[in-house]
Every structure is written in C-alpha cells, then in structure tokens.
Design a protein around this ligand. Structure first.
Ligand code: SF4
Length: 267
C-alpha cells in the first residue's frame, strides 16, 4: 500500500523542478527523491562550506536572526545563512518547509486556487474581540497606512492577496510565491497601536517645508539601521521599525513636490 501524500505537498514538490527559490530558500532536487535546502543567496557555495543542520537546527535558523534577535514573522527578510538541510522524502520536505515558513505549503497551495480563501482587512477586524476590538473603528486612510507600514517587503516577504479599502493587493510578481491570505498578529497589533495613537491628544507641530525632508531623512536613516535591542513585535516601542514606517507614511505625502523645471540656483 502506498503512503498517503498530502496533495498540497505533492503540488509544491512538483513545482520545484530541478530547483526553485521559495521566499529566501533555494530548494534543489537531488537523486533518489531527496531535496537539499539552503539560503538562496548561498546557492553557488560548495556544500562543504555550509553547516549541515537537522530539523531542530532548521527551526533554530528560522527563529533567530544572525544578530540573535527573535523573528516573530518567519517570512520576514533576514533568514540567516551558513546552513544546509537535506531531506529524503516528501513528508520530510514538508516538515523542513514548515520549520522555515510555518504553514507555507498549505498557504501556497491555497494561493494557487482560482479563488483563494482570503480574509480581507475589514472582515478580519470585524471578528476581533477584547483588546483588539478597537481595530474595527480604524478610519479607512489609517487602515491603508497601517497595512503599508506593516507589510512592505522590507518587513515581510509574503505576497498580500487581501485588501483594505484604497489599497490593492500586492502585484503578482511581488515579494515571493508565499501568499498572505489574511492579516497576521503583527499587523493586528500595529493596527491597534495606530488606533490608540489616533485617539491620543495631538500636538500642533509647525514644521517648515525645508525641515520636513530632514525629519523624513532621519526616520529613513533609523529604518536602515534599526537597533537590535528593539523587538519586532513590540509596537509600544517608538523605535519599532513598523512604528517608524507608520510615521513615514504620514510624513512622505507632505513632502514638497520636486520642481519639474529642474535644479534651481543656490539661494
Ligand atoms: S499581514 Fe502583512 S506582515 Fe503579516 S504576514 Fe501578511 S503580508 Fe506579512
């Protein structure tokens, strides 16, 4: 009697061909039904320069960045390299992919369906209770800004299929083949934080046209070099990269438009 093979896993394995990249991982078909996984950026390295890891080792690779920070979102860019994992069977391949990207194979399979099972932002927040019920009243423009701040490819390599008003899904070629079928816990938390901030008393801050680009440049610089001490999932922290990105979503549209007539002479 042949062993049952999950149809999603079978379709995923068929999609590999000789090799394919999936999110940040290169998957290579070997002889005898085996597969090798390694970081896609290390595809050309000789195998003996990489450390063979077992399944628990692969989970550790996915859990911690090279600088030792916890990765709450396993689809975030920044998977560390230096490792190699070999599997002998399709079920082992499924376990390996799940170690790197939890839930990825069923999500990938669902994303291939003519009508993927998507939960849009409004439907997702409508079912929230308790602490997160507040996300139901997020004004439409703030919801769109929050999604842009949370789901950009500098933070997440899942391709967003769901939408919120005023924001289209990610382009079919964007990010990776791993779809996002519904908002995740990180987004929900940022949405809650954004609504709390929206409800706070506001400062009337007069910023000149000339100073606005300074603020934007400083925030962009902070995003390029985030402190390793800042936890990705802690949106209470004002230095959280998604909080900074949320602020940028507010400030960038206010920047003076570049002068179409070309550079002007110095004042
Ligand atoms: S909601 Fe956004 S951040 Fe969360 S998994 Fe989906 S695309 Fe990524």
């Amino acid at each position: 009697m042949s062993a049952y093979v999950n149809p999603a896993l079978k379709a995923f394995a068929d999609s590999i061909g000789e090799e394919r990249d999936f999110v940040e991982t290169r998957i290579r078909r070997l002889d005898g039904g085996r597969f090798e996984l390694r970081h896609a950026a290390e595809a050309a390295l000789p195998a003996n320069s990489l450390e063979p890891v077992d399944l628990p080792g692969l989970r550790r690779v996915a859990r911690i960045t090279a600088s030792g920070a916890f990765r709450p979102n396993k689809a975030a860019p920044g998977l560390r390299g230096g490792w190699m994992h070999t599997v002998r069977t399709l079920p082992e391949l499924g376990l390996a992919i799940d170690a790197l990207y939890p839930g990825a194979v069923p999500d990938w399979f669902a994303g291939q369906l003519p009508t993927p099972p998507i939960t849009h932002f409004k439907d997702f927040t409508a079912r929230q209770t308790g602490l997160y019920r507040i996300t139901q009243i997020l004004p439409t423009p703030l919801a769109a800004r929050t999604v842009q701040a949370c789901c950009g490819e500098q933070f997440c390599l899942r391709r967003r299929l769901w939408t919120t008003e005023g924001l289209a899904p990610d382009d079919a070629t964007a990010k990776s083949a791993l779809p996002c079928l519904e908002p995740c816990a990180l987004l929900l938390d940022l949405a809650r934080r954004a609504m709390k901030l929206e409800q706070e008393e506001k400062h009337a801050l007069a910023v000149s046209h000339g100073d606005l680009p300074v603020l934007v440049a400083a925030l962009e610089r902070a995003l390029e070099d985030p402190s390793p001490a800042v936890r990705e999932g802690n949106t209470m922290d004002p230095a959280n990269p998604r909080r900074i990105q949320l602020m940028l979503e507010v400030l960038r549209p206010l920047l003076p438009k570049p002068d179409a007539s070309g550079p002007t002479s110095p004042e």
